[in-house]
Design a protein around this ligand. Structure first.
Ligand code: ARG
Length: 459
């Protein structure tokens, strides 16, 4: 008979049994379920709601069940629907009446809210650790390439010269925001729903502050009905995961472009690329492509959960059992993508010559040319037009800016002088961009130091 079998005259249909059960996927919360139950049983004993000695036996029984699960000595069953009832059933089989007292003053509604929250908390910490490792690798590469000049792009058209180190530091800033977003999420999750009961607390004198403390939460949640109906933490977490994947996906896209023959700014290490079954020359960036491809499923989980939650009245509804699989899948995906991406990035082979060639090839110093005239007193808008004409005539003549003579410059404006050549060298163009957030050497060093300090604070 089911744990809830008292009110029923018939067994549940086997189709319903399978349909209703969540043990296939929620068994991964066994540790959180047991930890939550240990805290609940301890509190029940402390408050005299159950006998102290029975409370100790329950705690002991739960610890043994945990050890048995971890040793693979226990099989879960769909007949017991979910992880909560599976573990309660094991406990009762082992302890008899004492096991049956564990659920005093508790509902599966606050139980699942607690387990799921603690599971997400644990995985957030894992993901933060992975992002920090990734940041270390980015910072290391950025430091190595702080003076490696490459084209910066807008519209995928060469725009202004930057350095590879600078470009990488853009990603370091994105992942730093991801880390703080996850930390914010942890902050808001730091309230314990245990003791909310089914929806309206309990008539037993539960000490919710005690269970919150035993479980490492800052405090109990403030409203029981909200506590059992709330999945904001999972939605926030999936939003943060979606943004992480979006960042990884953009980075992947660039890596894919950079290692194409059209760019050849980098090569991937053989250990992080794959071949083609038919084309012997191919070395494919499959890792980056898969990361880009897997982004969609994480977005899907976010949209799925938002949609599932949007129409359900307070408090708990069974729809909410659908909250878990998408979150678990997002966790698995993110925890697979970050380390493999980081390892791939750590082993890239950079081709500074090709980057420099690409930076030299276009008219990437055109802004600097207009700025040069502006510094000589020509109004910027006029300077802009003059340089535009100059670029146009260069294109017609098959020339580049750096191949022009002083006479050719002077034909456009008498303001050009001998120092124009120095002013338009790529080195000057990058080196003079010293504004906060710019690509000049010292400024990128400051950006690297800022991220490094951020990481060191968290070690
Ligand atoms: N397996 C359920 C879930 O994941 C646990 C909560 C069940 N509560 C209930 N009232 N049926 O949501």
């Amino acid at each position: 008979m089911k744990l809830w079998g008292g009110r029923f005259d018939k067994e549940v249909d086997s189709l319903v049994n399978d349909f209703n059960s969540s043990i296939q996927f929620d068994s991964r919360m066994y540790r959180q379920d047991i930890t939550g139950s240990v805290a609940h049983a301890t509190m029940l004993g402390q408050q005299g709601i159950i006998d102290k000695e029975e409370s100790l036996r329950i705690v002991q029984g739960l610890r043994e069940i945990l050890a048995d699960i971890e040793a693979g000595r226990i099989d879960f069953s769909a007949d017991n629907e979910d992880i909560h009832m599976n573990i309660e059933t094991f406990l009762t089989q082992r302890l008899g009446a004492a096991g049956k007292r564990l659920h005093t003053g508790r509902s599966r509604n606050d139980q699942v809210a607690l387990d799921f929250r603690m599971y997400v908390q644990t995985e957030i910490r894992v993901i933060i650790g992975m992002l920090m490792d990734l940041e270390e690798i980015i910072v290391r590469q950025a430091q190595k390439h702080i003076d490696t000049i490459m084209p910066g792009y807008t519209h995928l058209q060469r725009a202004q010269p930057v350095t590879f180190g600078y470009h990488l530091m853009a990603y370091a800033n994105m992942f730093r925001r991801d880390i703080t977003r996850l930390e914010d999420c942890l902050d808001r999750m730091d309230e314990c729903p245990l003791g909310a009961g089914a929806l309206a607390g309990s008539t037993h004198p539960l000490d919710r502050t005690l269970t919150a403390r035993l479980l490492g939460f800052a405090k109990p949640t403030d409203n029981a009905m909200d506590s059992v109906s709330d999945r904001d933490f999972a939605i926030e977490f999936l939003s943060a995961c979606s943004i992480i994947m979006m960042h990884l996906s953009r980075f992947s896209e660039e890596i894919i472009l950079w290692c194409s023959w059209e760019f050849k700014f980098i090569d991937l290490d053989d250990a992080y690329s794959t071949g083609s079954s038919i084309m012997p020359q191919k070395k494919n960036p499959d890792v980056a492509e898969l990361v880009r491809g897997k982004t969609g499923r994480v977005y899907g989980s976010l949209i799925g959960l938002l949609t599932m939650m949007k129409g359900i009245p307070l408090a708990y509804n069974k729809d909410m059992q659908e909250d878990k699989e998408g979150v678990f899948d997002a966790i698995d995906t993110v925890e697979m993508c970050i380390p493999v991406f980081a390892a791939m990035l750590d082993t890239i082979i950079v081709h500074p010559d090709n980057m420099l060639k690409a930076a030299n090839g276009g008219f990437i110093t055109a802004t600097d040319c207009a700025d040069y005239l502006a510094k000589k007193g020509v109004p910027f808008r006029d300077a802009y037009t003059m340089v535009g004409r100059l670029v146009n005539s260069c294109i017609a003549a098959g020339k580049t800016l750096d191949s022009l003579t002083l006479e050719e410059y002077k034909a456009i404006s008498p303001a050009f002088e001998e120092d124009v050549f120095e002013a338009l060298s790529l080195k000057t163009c990058v080196g003079q961009r010293k504004t906060i957030g710019g690509p000049a050497h010292d400024e990128v060093q400051r950006q690297i130091d800022t991220i490094q300090a951020f990481l060191d604070q968290r070690k």
